[in-house]
Design a protein around this ligand. Structure first.
Ligand code: NAP
Length: 338
C-alpha cells in the first residue's frame, strides 16, 4: 500500500472505522471498547466465545467465534480494518496465533497484539519476566503473514495492580498488609486502565495515512510496527502507600508492613513457575520490575502522552478506583480457579 492517501483507490476513506476486538468484556478490553465507542467514529465488534460469561460493553456488536473452527474467526474478521487482541494470559498458548492467521486470511491489515506491559525494547526485562520472547514471536508472526502491528507499552496497570493482591504492588486490602520490595523507593511506570483505553482510541482515531508528502500530521501509520508509549504515574511503593493512606483515612499504625528483597522474591516466584505453580508468576513479574536498578522500567522519556493529548490524572482518584476494584478481582480469581 502506498504511504499516501492521495494514491489510494477511489472510495478509500482515510480512517479506521471498523474495529474488531478480542476480550471486549475483559479487564483492558472493556476500557478500550468504551473509549473507542465514546469517539463516535468506530463500530466495535467483539470476537467472543459462545457461552462466554463476560459481559460486553453496551454498543459493542458481537461475532461469536469457535477457536477450533477457523472459518468462524475468518468470517468474524472479514471487512474489519483493525484487530485488537486483549486475550486472557490463561488462554491456550496457540489461541493468539489462530487469531493472527485468521486475520491474514480475512485481509485485516493491522493488529494490536497481546502485550499492554513493559517497553518492548527492554530485552533483558522481557527475558527475565518470560513475557518478552512470547510477545516478540506474536509480533513476528503478524509481520511474516504480511500485516502490521501496533503494541501498547504502558507499564503496569496502576489501579488493577494496586487492587490485585500482595503478589502485585504488595497490598492486601483485606488484611491491611503491605509487602515492600527493598526500601520501597524504586519507581516503576504505571498506566491506569482508562488511560490505556484513551490512548488506543486516540491512535485509532487518527487518519490512517498522510494525505500527501506535505502532510506532516500524526497518523496511524506513524505507529506501525512500533510501540505506543504512555504512562499515568511513575511511582514507588512508598508513594502508593502515602496515597492509599490518604484515600482510606488510615495511618501507618493500621498496616502491617514487611520488607522483602526484590531479587529474592523474583527468584522465589520464578522457581514456582518452573515447577508449574503459576501462583509464582505475578510475584516474579512484579518483583523484577522493582529491582533497585530498574530505571529502565521508567517510560517517562518515551511516553507519548502529550503527542496523543492524554490528560493528566489524579493519583488519589486512581488509587480509589483501584481500591474499588479489589472485590471484583477477587471474584475473578475464584472464577478462574473454579
Ligand atoms: N500491564 C499490566 O499490568 C497487565 C496486567 C494484566 C494483564 N496484562 C496483559 O493484558 C492482556 C489482556 O489481559 P486481560 O487481563 O485484559 O484479559 P482478561 O480480562 O483476563 O481476558 C480477556 C478475554 O480473553 C478471552 N478469554 C478468556 N479465556 C479464554 C480462553 N480460554 N480461550 C480464548 N479466549 C479466552 C475472554 O473473551 P470472551 O469471553 O469474550 O471470549 C476474555 O474477555 C494480556 O496480554 C496480559 O498479559 C497486562
Amino acid at each position: 500500500m502506498s504511504k499516501y492517501a492521495k494514491n489510494q483507490s477511489v472510495g478509500f476513506k482515510n480512517d479506521i472505522e471498523k474495529v474488531a476486538i478480542v476480550g471486549a468484556g475483559g479487564t483492558i478490553g472493556s476500557h478500550i471498547s468504551n473509549a473507542l465507542l465514546a469517539t463516535g467514529r468506530h463500530t466495535v465488534t467483539a470476537l467472543s466465545r459462545e457461552g462466554s460469561g463476560n459481559k460486553l460493553p453496551e454498543g459493542v456488536r458481537v461475532a461469536f467465534v469457535d477457536y477450533d473452527d477457523e472459518a468462524t474467526i475468518v468470517a468474524a474478521l472479514k471487512g474489519q480494518q483493525f484487530l485488537i487482541i486483549t486475550m486472557a494470559p490463561t488462554a491456550p498458548r496457540d489461541t493468539h496465533s489462530k487469531l493472527v492467521q485468521a486475520a491474514a486470511k480475512a485481509g485485516v491489515p493491522y493488529i494490536m497484539p497481546n502485550g499492554y506491559g513493559a517497553d518492548i525494547d527492554n530485552i533483558q526485562l522481557g527475558e527475565d519476566t518470560l513475557l518478552g520472547p512470547i510477545a516478540k514471536a506474536n509480533r513476528d508472526e503478524i509481520e511474516r503473514l504480511g500485516m502490521q502491528w501496533i503494541t501498547v507499552c504502558c507499564g503496569f496497570w496502576y489501579d488493577y495492580s494496586l487492587a490485585g493482591g500482595d503478589a502485585r504492588f504488595g497490598f492486601d486490602f483485606d488484611k491491611r498488609t503491605l509487602t515492600i520490595y527493598d526500601d520501597g523507593n524504586t519507581k516503576t511506570s504505571t498506566s491506569t486502565l482508562s488511560q490505556v483505553g484513551r490512548a488506543v482510541a486516540k491512535v485509532l482515531s487518527l487518519n490512517e495515512l498522510p494525505e500527501d508528502e506535505n502532510d506532516k500530521s500524526l497518523t496511524l501509520s506513524t505507529f506501525l510496527n512500533k510501540g505506543v508509549y504512555l504512562k499515568s504515574f511513575v511511582i514507588s511503593q512508598n508513594d502508593m502507600f502515602e496515597s492509599v493512606k490518604r484515600v482510606t483515612g488510615t495511618t501507618d499504625a493500621d498496616w502491617t508492613i514487611s520488607h522483602e528483597e526484590s531479587k529474592k522474591r523474583y527468584e522465589g516466584g520464578l522457581a514456582q513457575v518452573k515447577v508449574g505453580n503459576m501462583a509464582g508468576f505475578s510475584k516474579m513479574l512484579y518483583a523484577r520490575a522493582f529491582y533497585p536498578d530498574a530505571s529502565s522500567n521508567d517510560l517517562s522519556a518515551k511516553a507519548q502522552n502529550e503527542l496523543l493529548g492524554l490528560p493528566d490524572e489524579s493519583l488519589d482518584e486512581s488509587t480509589k478506583v483501584g481500591i474499588d476494584l479489589v472485590k471484583e478481582l477477587q471474584l475473578r480469581v475464584e472464577r478462574m480457579a473454579a
